[in-house]
Design a protein around this ligand. Structure first.
Ligand SMILES: Cc1cc2nc3c(=O)[nH]c(=O)nc-3n(C[C@H](O)[C@H](O)[C@H](O)COP(=O)(O)OP(=O)(O)OC[C@H]3O[C@@H](n4cnc5c(N)ncnc54)[C@H](O)[C@@H]3O)c2cc1C
Length: 521
């Protein structure tokens, strides 16, 4: 039987982050990964000879600057570049560009509404203030409801943070956590294009209409990041998202972490994990990077958990309705509304011109499993990174919503692909003719290939009942499981999904506290 101080189940970026901090503190750490490569949803791969791209996650912002610094990711070769333009939206009568600075965006908005252009700085200031508070909370352990003295201190710390906000900012905070993105954006702006540009973040990975309560939070969740010190900006990791995981794995190995791929864990008990090949590994701390539903309902013997905990876990909500494609292209798409090449090709190209369009996409998926006109974001990574495609050719990621997780994906995958291509072709005639190859992941593929239950890209919906002190469940928000020595370090723990490194960072701190070690961060 192999023995370690800590064993981490899953080499997703959070598992690797956690392993790095544990090993830096002097623990002997083993990481077990089911797949053939590290990274989980933050990985890169060749999907057609000569064409590589990020496999699942495709754009970076939420990765915590502290994690990048502490774990020397730049020294391990990680390079993140900013997009020249945040977003480009083909619209019915023209297009909208967002980004490239406040004044440039205001000039763009003024073509549709002088009032919207005028209101933009105020909107960004409000969003920025609330996002700043969220950013600070991201690296703190939430107070456990019903916990002890330390949880009281954590509650006071969080309270102090909110107290530092003025009353208006507190009201905004409450609004973002409870209201819909539709309400938020319709209050601020009158033109459809800008509402759609900002509303897209509210339905990314979120099986909801932008008019559903709680979607304003998902929009906010996508705003607490930064790229190279610039807040709220999204960028590209050279080599794809796998470069982040590779850098984390390099740092982990530097500290002696033993990372084993093709090593599927089939059972977890107190201080022990059992592998598919029947090997047993014991450790003082067992740290799970997997979706909480997978951990508590499939890996841990349910009879060792409180029955009410198991019942709640069965109701833990996982559902994203996301469909992910990579395409290899012989040429850049020519958008009918803006045919010439330009910075818009290096932006997040959102093909969803209004909140009403997004609402329809949701209602269609609810009714028929697949949106008639899906919401498509295209990012052409090869415009920012020449390591991904042969010279003159391109790769793009397509991140598409809404595709019901419960639809029969063994029968309907090709239908989904065709609808996505139809949307792109309608904006960029000739797109289909430029296709060299593509790969496609349905919600069922995301579950099968990555362990993302219900295809949920965040390891659990980002709804108020599953956030902060309630993630994954009220009473278990401090990364500790109801089984001694078992911890959760994945996106099912605070602060939730996205390539952040935050749950891995925070969980390591709690493991080390229990083992009487100093946190090296
Ligand atoms: C299609 C898609 C697009 C996304 N786009 C973005 C984006 O652009 N930007 C962004 O910031 N976020 C994005 N996200 C979200 C983000 O990628 C995830 O929330 C995040 O990567 C999850 O990281 P994690 O380490 O918590 O878990 P995971 O990456 O899910 O890692 C868990 C690991 O555990 C392994 N595992 C599971 N079961 C076992 C077992 N029994 N034994 C051993 N190992 C096991 C899995 O194989 C996996 O490697 C996207 C996600 C998806 C799916």
């Amino acid at each position: 039987m192999e023995r370690y101080d800590a064993v981490v189940i899953g080499a997703g970026h959070n598992g690797l982050t956690c392993a790095c901090y544990l090993a830096k503190a002097g623990l002997r750490v083993k990481v077990l990964e089911r797949r053939a490569a590290v990274g989980g949803a933050a990985a890169s791969a060749e999907f057609h000879p000569g064409f590589r791209n990020s496999v699942a996650a495709y754009t970076v912002s939420l990765l915590q600057a502290k994690v990048i610094r502490d774990l020397r990711l730049s020294e391990h070769g990680l390079r993140i570049v900013e997009r020249p333009l945040a977003n480009f939206l083909p619209l019915e009568n023209g297009y909208l560009k967002v980004g490239g600075g406040l004044q440039a965006t205001q000039r763009e908005l003024a073509r549709f509404s002088a009032r919207d252009a005028e209101r933009l700085p105020h909107y960004w200031a409000v969003l920025g203030r609330v996002a700043d508070a969220l950013r600070e909370l991201a690296l703190q352990c939430p107070p456990n409801v019903g916990g002890g003295f330390i949880d009281l201190l954590r509650a006071l710390k969080a309270g102090r943070l909110l107290k530092a906000l003025d009353m208006e900012a507190r009201r905004d905070f409450l609004f973002f956590f409870t209201r819909s993105a539709g309400e938020l954006l319709e209050q601020w702006f009158e033109s459809e294009g800008i509402r759609a540009a900002f509303g897209f973040d509210a339905v990314v990975g979120n099986y909801a209409s932008p008019y559903h309560a709680g979607t304003a939070y998902v929009l906010l969740h996508h705003s607490f990041g930064e790229v190279n010190g610039k807040r709220g900006v999204w960028g590209h990791a050279i080599g794809g998202m796998g470069a982040i995981s590779e850098a984390l794995a390099a740092e982990a190995r530097r500290h002696g972490v033993d990372i084993e791929c093709n090593a599927r864990v089939v059972r977890v008990a107190q201080g022990t994990v059992l592998l598919e090949d029947e090997r047993k590994i014991t450790a003082r701390a067992v740290v799970a990077n997997v979706n909480p539903k997978l951990l508590y309902l499939e890996l841990v013997d349910r009879s060792s958990l409180p029955p009410e905990f198991v019942a709640r876990m069965q109701r833990y909500k996982c559902a994203s309705a996301s469909f992910r494609m990579n395409v290899a292209l012989s040429a850049l798409p020519r958008f009918a509304c803006h045919p010439e090449p330009g910075p818009h090709h290096a932006s997040g190209i959102i093909m969803a011109p209004s909140l009403a369009y997004m609402d329809c996409a949701y209602l269609d998926a609810r009714q028929d499993g697949i949106s008639r006109s899906p919401i498509v974001e295209m990012v052409i990574q090869s415009t920012l990174d020449d390591t991904l495609a042969p010279r003159g050719a391109h790769v793009a990621s397509l991140f598409c919503q809404h595709f019901a997780p419960e639809a029969d994906w063994s029968l309907r995958k090709q239908e989904a692909v065709e609808r996505i291509f139809d949307v792109i072709e309608s904006h960029a005639p000739g797109f289909r003719a430029s296709l060299i190859a593509y790969s496609a992941l349905s919600p069922a593929d995301l579950e099968r290939d990555f362990g993302l239950v219900g295809g949920d890209i965040f390891h659990g919906a980002l709804t108020l009942d599953q956030l902060w002190s309630a993630r994954p469940l009220l009473g278990y928000a401090d990364y500790r499981a109801p089984l001694d020595g078992l911890y959760l370090c994945g996106s099912g723990a605070h602060p939730g999904g996205g390539v952040t490194g935050a749950p891995g960072h925070n969980c390591a701190r709690e493991v080390l506290r229990d083992l009487g070690r100093r946190f090296p961060g």
